[in-house]
Design a protein around this ligand. Structure first.
Ligand code: M6R
Length: 610
């Protein structure tokens, strides 16, 4: 969602901010803007649409200055329009503010400010901030921001400038991410590390309720009482090149092809040569883990699908009951939680607002929390008792691909680890499972080698130009069907549903016609025959069937229009393999339809508001 970049130093703020905003484009946005302190006045430029539109304007009329803030906006309050784009400023145009989050009491604050004669220019909640800060300003910007924020309810990450303090950049965070980048004589703020990584790898992750004041001479962090806050800078351990397309036409395709390498990396991180699974950052000792009575996995979107697969894995290997909840339902569901219930948030970004709130609720209710998280240092990683990092590296495409398979891998390893602790699997069982899991990256490569054949299949008229489609699967591949459906719908805009194959006769089979493609997950395994029966029923009603089956299953061709094959593998790990053809089908259909694959309409990569 919204992206924030701020800069103070000796460099050209416009160039640095535009470059940082470009790195945040992946978060999703519909307008962009920038404010600089130029010749003692605030100079602002905002445009609706892609950053390229803003960049074109700034090429002809550049803003010059050493202090500035920039923003990419994902509309919440008020349509995507120039007046609603950030930065926003106060009446005297002394103060400029960029904001990510939602100010819940903005109506009340707006009425109060309007009663003093202030005329608002936008429909946004964010515009209350510059007016409010101005009310408290008495020559010290960070103090005015601190006092103003005490009036604000909701979530925010902000960057603030004042015309009268030409070397001061102020940031603050509550519920939305903000990091500080520490350079030599120059300092940055950003919504995440990718905004600053070109300039510095030294960052500080601001905590909720903290404010920072940056000048070319250094930085100072305080809490909401005004007391200094101590931080040790962290070093970003990934290279900026990892966030480039590296020759691929889209980030999504690059990230699909990175999966074998990502899985190998994750396996090496957690499994030693003697088949011991080491998870050093769980934050709970073995005795506590062994005594757990229940696990609740909370997540959104693709991560929720990974959690659903995780339920099969944990229940199979560790024999402990698992519930999987959508974080947005969990947070208002008054769930039963206690010290013997482990809550596992699964999240790529570590910043998803609903998942973060689920973590807070779990901890408030005394439940231990272990996050399965990709982004190191993210809010969820830092607020859980322990963490299992998925080691997927930066994922830029809005459609989650390598993050998903790395979450599956982490869940598989965690379930085996728990199985050993609880004595529900023997060391020999673990060794057997790990042998099969280690084969997955190589088998995934075999799946990806078929990309051209998958592209040819996806581009067939009856798939690419379908108005509706259905994905079905059973058992551990029921969540795979939902994930395949989500992948296709979010980047192609085709209406797709993911269903448990066994549910077809309970309603959805009424939809089957020769115009309805049904993608069926039919790898060999305990439910294979059942899935075949479902296919026969669809076939008998004229449905168009694309099956994903195990190599050597020639027979399935007789009841399918098309078949894509995956190598034989352990049933429990088959979701890791079927993910590849599902992702590629979605990718090639979306490309064929001319969609914006990496930044699909209306979507944001990091959903930092509720
Ligand atoms: O960062 P998270 O894993 O918490 O994000 C959760 C979902 O927003 C995310 O998986 C979303 O569903 C993706 N666009 C799916 O491809």
């Amino acid at each position: 969602m919204c992206g924030i970049v701020g800069y103070v130093g000796e460099g050209e703020a416009q160039d640095i901010i535009l470059e940082g905003l470009a790195r945040l484009e992946y978060r999703g946005y519909d307008s962009a803007g920038i404010s600089l302190l130029q010749d003692g006045a605030l100079a602002t430029c905002k445009r609706v649409g892609k950053l390229a539109v803003l960049r074109t304007v700034l090429e002809t009329t550049p803003l010059r200055g050493r202090l500035g803030i920039g923003h990419t906006r994902w509309a919440t309050h008020g349509a995507p329009a120039e007046e609603n784009a950030h930065p926003h400023w106060d009446v005297a145009q002394d103060i400029a503010v960029v904001h990510n989050g939602i100010i819940e009491n903005f109506q009340e604050l707006r009425q109060e400010l309007e009663a003093t004669g202030i005329v608002f220019r936008s429909a946004t909640d964010s515009e209350v901030l510059p007016h409010l800060i101005q009310q408290y300003y008495q020559g010290d910007l960070i103090e005015a921001v601190r006092l103003a924020l005490q009036r604000v309810r909701g979530a925010y990450a902000i960057g603030v400038l004042h015309r009268g303090e030409p070397e001061v950049l102020v940031g603050a965070r509550q519920g939305s991410p903000l990091i500080l980048g520490l350079g030599q004589g120059e300092y940055f703020i950003g919504s995440d590390a990718s905004a600053v990584v070109k300039h510095t790898r030294q960052v500080i992750y601001l905590n909720d309720g903290e404010l920072c004041k940056l000048t070319p001479a250094g930085y100072h962090i305080i809490d909401m009482t005004g007391a200094p806050a101590r931080h040790t800078p962290s070093t970003i351990d990934w290279d900026p090149v990892q966030a480039e397309k590296e020759g691929y036409p889209h980030y999504m395709l690059k990230e699909i092809f990175q999966q074998p390498e990502v899985l190998r990396h994750a396996l090496l991180a957690y499994v030693d040569s003697k088949n011991n699974i080491e998870m050093p950052d769980l934050g709970l000792d073995s005795q506590r883990l062994a005594g757990l009575r229940r696990i609740v996995i909370v997540a959104c979107g693709t991560a929720w699908h990974a959690g659903l697969v995780g339920k099969y894995m944990v229940e199979q290997f560790a024999r402990i009951p698992v519930e999987v909840d959508l974080a947005s339902e969990f947070r208002y569901g008054n769930r039963v939680l206690d010290a013997d219930t482990l809550v596992i948030p699964v999240t790529q970004s570590g910043e998803t607002a609903d998942t973060l709130e689920a973590v807070r609720i779990a901890r408030t209710n005394g439940a231990p929390v272990i996050g399965i998280v990709n982004v190191v240092g993210s809010s969820i990683a830092r607020s859980a008792d322990g963490v299992i990092y998925t080691h997927a590296g930066p994922e830029i495409g809005v459609a989650s691909t390598k993050a998903y398979t790395s979450q599956l891998c982490a869940l598989a390893l965690f379930s085996l680890y728990m199985g050993r602790i609880r004595n529900t699997v023997t060391p020999e069982d673990v060794a057997t499972q790990l042998t099969q899991l280690r084969e997955i990256p190589g088998k995934l490569e075999q799946c990806l080698e078929q990309a051209d054949a998958i592209a040819a299949c996806a581009r067939k008229d009856h798939y690419m130009h379908a108005k509706n489609a259905m994905f079905i699967g059973r058992g551990v591949n029921y969540p795979s069907a939902m994930e395949g459906a989500l992948k296709l719908k979010e980047i192609s805009y085709i209406h797709v549903e993911g269903y448990a194959a066994g549910e077809m006769k309970h309603g959805p089979i009424a939809l089957v016609t020769p115009e309805l493609p049904v993608v069926c997950l039919a790898p060999q395994g305990s439910v294979y025959e059942k899935v075949r029966s479902n296919l026969e029923e669809i076939r008998a009603r004229g449905g168009v069937i694309l099956s994903i089956a195990t190599e050597g299953d020639d027979n399935i061709k007789t009841i399918s229009n098309d078949v894509l094959y995956i190598p034989a593998c352990a049933e429990m790990f088959s979701p890791l393999l079927v993910a590849a053809p599902l992702q590629l089908i979605a990718y090639y259909i979306a490309c064929g339809l001319g969609r914006d694959v990496d930044q699909p309409r209306n979507l944001a990569k990091s959903v930092t508001v509720e």
